[in-house]
Every structure is written in C-alpha cells, then in structure tokens.
Design a protein around this ligand. Sequence first.
Ligand SMILES: [Zn+2]
Length: 269
Amino acid sequence: MSDFAALEKRLCTQICRGQVSHAYIFCGRNAEEQALCFAAALLCPSRPISGHVCWHCASCRHVSAASHPDCRFVDPVNGVHRADSMRRLVMEAGLSASMGVGKIFIIRAADKITEEAANTLLKLLEEPAADTTLILLCAQPDALLPTIISRCQLFMLGTDWGLEPQLSPDMLHAAEDFLQDLPRLAIYQVLIKARDFEKDREGQVLFFLCLLKILHAAVRAEIELPMGQAAALRSANMLESCLEMMDKNVNQKLLADVVYLRLWQNSQR
Ligand SMILES: [Zn+2]
C-alpha cells in the first residue's frame, strides 16, 4: 500500500483546513485509489499534512485491507444500485462512527442507479448525516442526476488532459469570455462565431482546446460559468469527442456548427 499515490493536493488542503465536504464525486482513472487515500487520510489519527498518507497505523491498515468499520464500500447488486441498498446506506449513515472519527461510504459505479435509489440518495445529500462523507465513484458523471452532481464536489482524477500544446493566454481569455457570454447570445451570433476559424483548421483545434481547458476548470469548480458544473461536464465530453473527429477527415465547417450549437444549448438553463 505504501506505493499508493499521494493524496490529491486539493483534497489534502481541504483536510488540513477542516473544509471537508459531506459528498464527493470522483471520476477518472485514479478515482478509486484516491477515494481510499482520502478515506485513510480522513480516518488516520495523524492526518497528513504533506499529502502522503501514513498507511502504517491501525486505522490506515484497516482502510487498505477494506476492513475498517467506518469505511464501507457500497457496490451495485447485479450491476445496479437499488432503493433498498440506498435505504440501508441512509440508515447506516445515521449511526455513530465505531471509532469516533467519522464514517465514509464509497459508492462504486454510482451512475448505475435506479431512479428510486437516486432519489433516496438525494435525500441523504440534502440532509447529510453528521460526520459522514460520501464518495461517489463513477465513470460517467453525466449519467448522474444533475441534482446529485450539484450537491457534491466533483473531482476529475488522473484524467490525462494531455493533448495540450501551448495555448495562448489571449485565446484562453477569448474562450472564457465566449463561454461566459454564451447564454446571452442569439443563435445567429453563435453561428457567426463558428465561422471564426473557417479557413484555419489548426486555429480551430487550438480554440477548441482552450474551450476544453476552461470547461474542465469549471467542472473542477476553479472558475464559475453560467452553464454550471453539470453542463460544463457535458460540454467537455462533447468537445472531446468532436476533437477526436477533427483528427479524421470530417467536414470542419459542419463540426464547428455542431460544437457551437451544442455549447449554446448546454448554456441555456
Ligand atoms: Zn494512518
């Protein structure tokens, strides 16, 4: 367990400042690993300052062995979370922690959930139990109800937004301005905007990458966009698929229209 990655810096900062939220959504490649690190760090008597979880004390060893009484995984049954298991979760969240520090529930595949179960979970998110932290793991956060997403802190972990050539600060500003103004633009103005890079395929890709970077920042709540976190995430996913298509031989003009129109639709709430 000692070769576990260190705890994500932003999570460590929250622990150090005593600003731990009652609910998180972790997505991405390192989501489960980070959830365990976070659980260990929250329950460890010597809370990490550097981001390196101790993994030596009894509490940390129990977390790593999945035997800690206050850190429980909630798995889907036959591929789906049903209402009865969410009701059990609500009941257990109401009990006091066995070891007194707090309770953590890590919900695997949280996007595989029935509507009834999601509503039960939603009640727990609206009225969080004392000393309880919920961590929802999921591959596709946009499959979650927006009402659930909006009540959790969303962390995209270990995702490799790699494809990032030098993005010019001017272009990043233009991309952010565009996303900030978007809800107020009329469709025709959006379509005119889609013509900006008509004869400049490389410029178009760079501007899309700038938009993507801003959207990811909004998903991580580092900046605020009028469309909100959930729509920013939908938009980022859409833009990523479109960027993949840009590599293939698609009609760039048509693709740009689609991107701008979808962004505009996502911005209308
Ligand atoms: Zn420890």
